[in-house]
Design a protein around this ligand. Structure first.
Ligand code: MG
Length: 456
């Protein structure tokens, strides 16, 4: 008998994570690294590359570096200035040969990074990223001679096309008579989300509404504790809801009319329920999303397709299903990252804020009542440090012989309607655990079973 062939090891990305490359500005994220990224990207592309940045203090420095690299390889560059990542994605799709966004998304102010955007507006996938990394690490580059160096155009006004594109989806002005508070977190959505909301009829108040790369009001991560100012203003003003973005405004999270934070899986389920009630088809979400999504989709006759964790996996699966002729109505991650396929195949905080207005107008009930009407589900999340996550995952798999195991991403152990997901972190020596069930008892039982094995 022939011995089983050894599988070739899957090459691992070293520099880039799930959403681009990130590091501390001037320490790991230096102008020379970003220059190399620009040259590497430029050597993979022909034509015009659109670039932009969030409001970080290191943004200008790194934007110049990426532009220099792209121009040196002969690519032309359109500088869109400060704008949300989804705005750059919207502008790129079908118009440019790709893009680069200087942002560290939700990371603290001292961080920065680069997200590479494909010509179709999605973030660069694994295969292309590996090729990009090979070129970044490569020994030498061929730069263009003086006659062939690229040209730069400054186009800060292009962002208005993105705003117009969203506003045009809501011609009946669903925000009429609705007061909303927006917290763009001093990020690029200061120039987009309040305007989008106003133009679809809302009256808008803002918190952290002035662009400022020192983030004086709150950190770029829109965590529940950072949103006290938003919460207070929603309550004192009598607003219908408050919306907050992360540092590059691809994510949007909400507080209800009482100033209470809407847990992100509830947010995703709200959108899924509302969309599935009117349109039938597939809903795409990672294996880590709450069972709530499955329940609300099934109630309306829609089918959930699970993907690996990461919004890029959701976006690409949605794309692939549509190419196969399937109807995909909705997708997204339970971290404030819904994806509306009729708009674009990426998370978009401004679009998400506008959709919330439309849902509230259509339902005619306060946001807190909509959240209260969702199926009850309890999710417990945690992480445990361990030297060899791979070996532990194999050990865990053998300990659950009576349960169904799904290996799409890590190990998902399903027991009735409850499940526990165990995944090795891609960047740190630790294991992440998520347990999700109808009751707190079931969720903690599964969580404890798994964590006991890991801790041994
Ligand atoms: Mg982000």
């Amino acid at each position: 008998m022939k011995p089983p062939e050894k599988e070739a090891p899957v090459p691992k990305k070293r520099l880039f994570g799930t959403n681009g490359v990130r590091g501390r500005a001037g320490i790991d994220m230096t102008p020379d690294l970003v220059l190399r990224i620009g040259i590497a990207l430029g050597s993979m592309r022909n034509g015009t590359i659109a670039v932009g940045r969030d409001t970080r203090t290191s943004g200008e420095m790194l934007l110049h570096a990426i532009k220099a690299g792209l121009l040196a390889t002969g690519c032309d560059v359109v500088d869109c200035g400060i704008l949300p990542t989804p705005a750059l994605q919207y502008l790129i799709r079908g118009t440019y040969a790709g893009g680069a966004m200087i942002t560290a998304s939700h990371n603290p102010p001292e961080y920065n990074g680069v997200k590479i955007i494909e010509p179709d507006g999605t973030e660069m996938g694994d295969e292309e990223t590996l090729e990009l990394e090979r070129r970044i690490a490569g020994p030498s580059f061929t730069l263009q001679p003086w006659q062939s160096i690229g040209k730069e155009t400054s186009a800060p006004g292009l962002v208005s096309r993105y705003i117009d594109g969203i506003v045009a989806r809501f011609p009946d002005l669903p925000g009429t008579g609705m007061l909303v508070v927006a917290d763009p977190g001093s990020g690029p959505a200061c120039a987009t989300t309040p305007e989008i909301l106003r133009r679809i009829g809302c009256r808008v108040l803002t918190v952290n509404g002035t662009m400022d790369g020192t983030f004086p009001g709150r950190l770029p991560e829109p965590s529940e504790d950072g949103l006290a100012a938003l919460s207070d203003l929603v309550q004192s003003s009598g607003a219908a809801f408050g919306v907050a973005h992360d540092g590059d405004a691809d994510r949007a999270v909400f507080v209800d009319e009482n100033g209470r934070f809407v847990e992100e899986n509830c947010e995703l389920a709200l959108f899924a329920r509302s969309i599935c009630r009117t349109t039938k088809g597939y809903v795409v979400t990672p294996v880590s999303s709450s069972g709530m999504i499955e329940t609300v989709a099934r109630e309306s006759g829609c089918t959930v397709i699970a993907t690996r964790v990461g919004s890029i996996n959701v976006a690409r699966t949605m794309h692939a299903l549509i190419r196969e002729g399937k109807t995909v109505v909705f997708g997204g991650e339970g971290n404030g990252g819904p994806i509306f396929p009729s708009h674009q195949f990426c998370r978009d905080g401004g679009m998400t804020a506008a959709m919330m207005v439309a849902i509230l107008a259509a339902e005619g009930r306060p946001l807190s009542a909509l959240v209260a009407g969702l199926p009850r589900r309890v999710m417990i999340k945690g992480k445990i440090a361990t030297a060899d996550p791979g070996a532990i995952l194999a050990e865990i798999a053998g300990r659950f012989p009576d349960d169904t195991i799904d290996r799409l991403d890590g190990l998902k152990i399903l027991r009735g309607t409850a499940w526990v997901l165990v995944r090795a972190s891609g960047t740190e020596p630790l294991i992440r655990i998520i347990a999700d069930a109808d009751t707190g008892e079931e969720a903690s039982a599964l969580y404890n079973e798994v964590s006991a094995i890991i801790e041994k």
